[in-house]
Unconditional design. Sequence first.
Length: 500
Amino acid sequence: MVRLRAPGNGREDTDVVESIHRSLETGGYAGRGARLLVGVSGGPDSTALLAGLIELRAACDLALHVVHVDHSLRPESRGDAAYVRRLGARWSVPVSVRQVDIAEVRRAERVSVEEAARNARHRVFLQAAAAVQAEAIVLGHTADDDVETVLLNLLRGTGLRGLAGMAMQTESAFSPERRGADSASRVPIIRPLLGVRRADVMRYLTARRLRPRQDASNTDPAHLRNSVRHELLPLMEDMRAGAFGAVRRASGDARLALDALSIQADALPADAVEMSDDGRAARFNRRALSKAHPAVRHIVLERAIVALLGSAVGMSQRNYRDIDDMIMNGRTGSEIALPKGLCLSCVSRQDAVLAAAGASVVPPLPPLVLSQLCPEGQTRAGGWVFTARRIDGRGIELRADGDGAEHLPGPMTVTLQPDAAQHGLVVRPRRPGDRIRLRGGSRKVQDVFVDSGIPRPWRDRIPVVAETVTGEILWLTGVAVAAHAAVIGEGSMDRSTIDT
């Protein structure tokens, strides 16, 4: 049995094979014929990863498949692909080589070369994993990659997620279907070398006489990561020995904090966030979220964005702050445009909707047509159904039903005075100049809708119940009932914004 050291104790693992073995056992992939997709660029880290997996293949009963992504960004990229194919032939591992058009990805997503390459690469990994029915994707990131990533995130401006860096095992940052995929459909990513320093990887390769491909761009100072790697990190160690380990420990603490916040996000009420049936919009219950800590809300927002777009990459801390502020404080009808075609709208006092490009933001109320209301029984007015019944000595109980009516702020059942329907009742859409008499006096229907937080697209579909002869408005369905028409205590509304 391989003796394993516990992670996070300040000592770096020096044995590549040992680190890989520990990761496989911890993740439950060892000893049961697990099918793993290995991302191999041909560089030192991924070559060492594949070599280590080959050493463990028989003992851990692994079924391996290699995928290589040719970004076509360098003249040597064909040589990289040929090298990976030779490794596959040498070790009897099937290899898939996928070519991607980074220029096209950049044009479509309006991102940098680095982000376009990353996005394209991960989508290829997911497609290849689905093709070979892999249980997990294995990548060769090292401890050096992790620290460089944390420092890059800090330089660019980051929150807790960026400070947490990489995780030994996580779900893919992308979903197989870019929208609407839940967490169960995501593919785990494992990084067995995340506790191994790059220098140890090189020693491992030398000991096994492996000569990986070298990417000349890794020394180009034009790339910020290279400046962090070759200038900032050495300077930090010169200023204070052990700086590398200090960054890793801080990153580990950030991951623990994220885990705690995720548990709290999981404990929120089920209606705090709801995805639309087509997976193109997320509805936030503003009241439910207002009770959560802002850091927990950040987790909720991030999950929603990933569900909508497949990835939260490219969303800045400023974007998250703007979204949170709009959900907590935005006025009904206000909206903001966000990166990646997202739009956030406050559709009512209770709900805010984050929608992908082209998705419907406001849930439609049923269509409404003018209809004469029956004093007893049911009346259909377009997509609305009204049910009326006489209550001896008390008046007429009137109930309205329609898809989406639960989002209206007021009662859907009212009791009208006995003489309210003596001239008959009609249900109709609003008209210009409509007014309703409330306890505080006569008010424009338009103003009542605005004060009640009724989204503009809903207002022509809210049934207006009025007397047939006089035209007097008795009830704005789900919004307000006229003071002179309502039976006290029956379907009345305690809403100072309406009744004053």
